[in-house]
Design a protein around this ligand. Structure first.
Ligand code: MOS
Length: 732
């Protein structure tokens, strides 16, 4: 039976729940020393000097590395090449919490104690801690989406069309700084053997880390090995090679011993990016029948000081493609502040941009007195209006239909405050979800052992999404083996190359490489069987052979693979890749879609807002594993509920210090905040974009959740909240 699609348990589940899956900080290296980061306590200025006598005299201290004595790094170094200051290359301080020193000692407690004794003398400057105060200083990103497209796009003439609208909306929406907070904080163990560097590190992209570290330390990438078999989540904050990984390698070189640098939970708030605050100005108009005439989406996102690099939250990506509107303009601007460099966070741009887009769509539907689903269907895009191409596939209409049916949407009474349960106000809201389908080339390596089991290796990562499991399934089907007889290995840069586990692209990128390598292996096995005189299949074509349960099945007999191989005294090795991945973008617009439906209950006496029901219906293409897919959907929706109601990073206006840099005061949903979540995976199979027919599934389910909740809150209370997270003070 085909394994793809089946809800099989995670193949690494047992290792994880028994504590045997090893995470970066858990590798035991003899003679390892411990490093602790020291971070700035001012928001802007310059380091004048260090008083290190006390710290140096503390027991077990091996080295204190500061910008005054740090080894100089090369100026090239992959994605993080411009992040100089946190690499101890610069005396300037750009934000509160910037790494200003690293203390290495022969024990973790000793490193922490000495780090606390490091004294830094500063020349203070006034930090810019709020983007809102300096919106007039907005600037155009220099390298938006790594230069793959301009920061601003426009079709038609939205400003003139706006003037002709029967129904108009002009509104500003804001989203706060959010931090990823994966369960596993970032950690690295670094070891030098001469000029060869090995790092065990928590990273979503081992090949990127290999390139970055090689560049910064001026060595050949072949001399850097990056190992990461397990990740406790990432959500984007482990996508780049952030300073702590580099500083671990630097410290190991300085002390001549392996060094472990585990970032503390508090330090995670200034060490590896965050979702930047956004201010989004929307200007939409429709005619009296509900046809969109004009959409303008001007997005501003918070940045660090430009010296640290660049990241622009791409809030307009959905606005320009989701609806069939002839006049659309999208702009992206940055506001420099004294904060660390922002980065991708689950559904970057789409999650925050979609809050504004789908809230604005709801506001227009209300103004039109039109059902919000009906309004979206009225403006349904049959082909991609931004790229002017057909979709590789699009089952969004089915998402609306099946989601609405499961939710019972037809029972909704449209007037705000019209649905009640006793004194409790009930609101029903919805929003559209979308996320682009990305693909990049990857390669895979397959070996069939003499015992008939397959070993498949790819230098990819499993951030917790189920890569081990679904790749095992893909290989099992292609090789005609039960899943238990496939061993899939990842997380080692000595394996064939794969892209970063980001942008929801792992299945569509790595899966086809695994498939191709397994098919090449199968073809070799068929050749072997046909050339084996004992079987008498010399005149049999490969078409007549099958691989099943570890045997080649011929017209009249079955030949166990193990026996075929043993006879020749060999193992099979095949490698293949999907080197052309991405070319299908030339023909098709590739996106995943979804429809989110939510019920909220607001108790006006208590000011208590609860999410009581959630239905998400998604077109994520062909599903590889019904269980891990559903886990992704639930996880994404919960992440979206956090965005809607709880998550926000608070910055002290005077010092620029993050005041809730812990998981007690950085609020995230707990079980009691999460209702029953029903999910639908609308059947689809997108072979136009890749041979597995899969779209991405990791980021899609969080897109639209915040808008759906805000829309439900309006329906319950009549209060339109345009500022996330939605809080009691908005409603009472
Ligand atoms: Mo994701 S934000 O691309 O890890």
């Amino acid at each position: 039976m085909a394994s793809i699609g089946q809800p099989i348990d995670r193949v690494d589940g047992h290792l994880k729940v028994t504590g045997r899956a090893k995470y970066a900080a858990e590798f035991a290296l003899p003679d390892v020393a411990h490093a602790m980061l020291v971070q700035s306590t001012i928001g802007a200025g310059e380091i004048i000097g260090f008083d290190l006598d006390e710290a140096k005299a503390m027991p077990g201290v091996l080295a204190i590395i500061t910008p005054e004595n740090a080894p100089k790094l090369a100026t090239k170094g992959g994605a993080q090449q411009t992040v100089r200051a946190p690499l101890l290359q610069d005396m300037r301080v750009f934000y509160n919490g910037q790494h200003v020193a690293v203390v290495v000692a022969d024990g973790l407690d000793r490193a922490a104690a000495a780090a606390a004794a490091v004294r830094v003398r500063y020349r203070h400057e006034e930090p810019v801690t709020s983007m809102d105060a300096v919106l007039d200083q907005a600037y155009v990103p220099k390298n938006f989406r790594n230069g793959e497209r301009p920061a601003d796009t426009k079709r038609g003439d939205p400003d003139s069309a706006f003037a002709t609208g029967a129904v108009k909306l002009e509104a500003t929406y804001t989203t706060p700084i959010e931090h990823h907070n994966p369960m596993e904080p970032h950690a690295t163990i670094a070891r030098w053997d001469g000029d060869r560097l090995t790092v065990w590190t928590a990273i979503q992209g081992i090949s990127g880390a290999q390139q970055s570290l090689a560049g910064l330390f001026g060595i050949d990438p072949g001399n850097v090995r990056v190992i990461c078999p397990y990740l406790g989540g990432g959500f984007g904050c482990k996508g780049n090679t952030w300073p702590p990984a580099v500083l671990a390698a630097m410290a190991a070189r300085v002390v001549g011993r392996p060094v472990k640098l585990a970032v503390t939970r508090a330090q995670m708030f200034t060490s590896n990016g965050y979702r930047p605050r956004t201010i989004q100005k929307m200007r939409f108009a429709a005619d009296a029948q509900g046809t969109l005439l004009a959409m303008r989406h001007d997005g501003y996102s918070q940045m660090s000081q430009p010296a640290l690099g660049e990241f622009a939250e791409p809030v307009g990506l959905a606005t320009e493609m989701l609806y069939a509107c002839p006049n659309v303009a999208v702009t992206h601007r940055l506001i420099a502040t004294n904060a660390s460099l922002p980065t991708y966070m689950r559904a970057p741009g789409l999650a925050s941009g979609n809050f504004a887009l789908e809230s604005a769509m709801d506001e227009l539907a209300v103004a039109l007195k039109m059902d919000p689903v009906e309004f979206r269907l009225r403006n349904y895009a049959e082909q991609d209006p931004h790229e002017n191409k057909p979709y590789a596939s699009k089952a969004l209409r089915e998402c609306y239909r099946q989601g609405a049916e499961m939710f019972g949407w037809s029972q909704r009474s449209p007037e705000p405050r019209s649905m009640r349960d006793g004194n409790v106000l009930i609101g029903w809201g919805m929003a559209t979800s979308t996320y682009p389908t990305h693909r990049l080339p990857a390669s895979a390596h397959v070996r069939i052992g003499a015992n008939g089991t397959a070993l498949v290796q790819v230098g990819t990562q499993d951030i917790g999404t189920g890569t081990y499991t679904v790749m095992s399934q893909i290989a099992a089907d292609a090789l005609g083996l039960p899943v238990e007889r496939v061993q899939f290995e990842l997380g080692d840069s000595s394996f064939p190359h794969a892209p970063v586990s980001g942008g929801s692209m792992t299945v569509a990128s790595v899966g086809p490489a695994v498939l191709a390598a397994c098919q090449a292996t199968r073809d070799k096995l068929f050749d072997l069987a046909r050339s084996d005189p004992r079987l008498g299949w010399q005149n049999t074509t490969a078409d007549a052979l099958r691989l099943r349960d570890g045997a080649v099945i011929g017209p009249d007999a079955r030949a166990p693979v193990a026996e075929l191989l043993a006879h020749k005294g060999m193992q099979f090795v095949a490698a293949d890749s999907n080197a052309k991945a991405g070319e299908e973008h030339e023909r098709y617009a590739m996106h995943a879609f979804g429809a989110q439906f939510v019920e909220v209950r607001f108790d006006p006496d208590l000011g208590a807002l609860r999410v009581s029901r959630f239905v998400g219906a998604f077109d994520a293409g062909r599903v590889m594993n019904a269980k891990t897919a559903r886990s992704q959907l639930i996880g994404g929706i919960v992440y979206g509920l956090g965005m809607a109601l709880l998550e926000a990073t608070h910055v002290d206006a005077e010092t620029g210090r993050i005041v809730n840099a812990n998981v007690a005061e950085y609020l995230m949903p707990v079980n009691a905040d999460v209702p029953e979540i029903q999910t639908i995976l609308v059947p689809n199979d997108e072979r136009n974009s890749n041979p597995l027919g899969a779209k991405g599934i990791g980021e899609l389910p969080m897109v639209g959740v915040a808008a759906a909740v805000a829309n439900a809150v309006f329906h319950a209370t009549g209060v339109r909240v345009r500022d996330l997270p939605i809080r009691i003070e908005h409603l009472v």
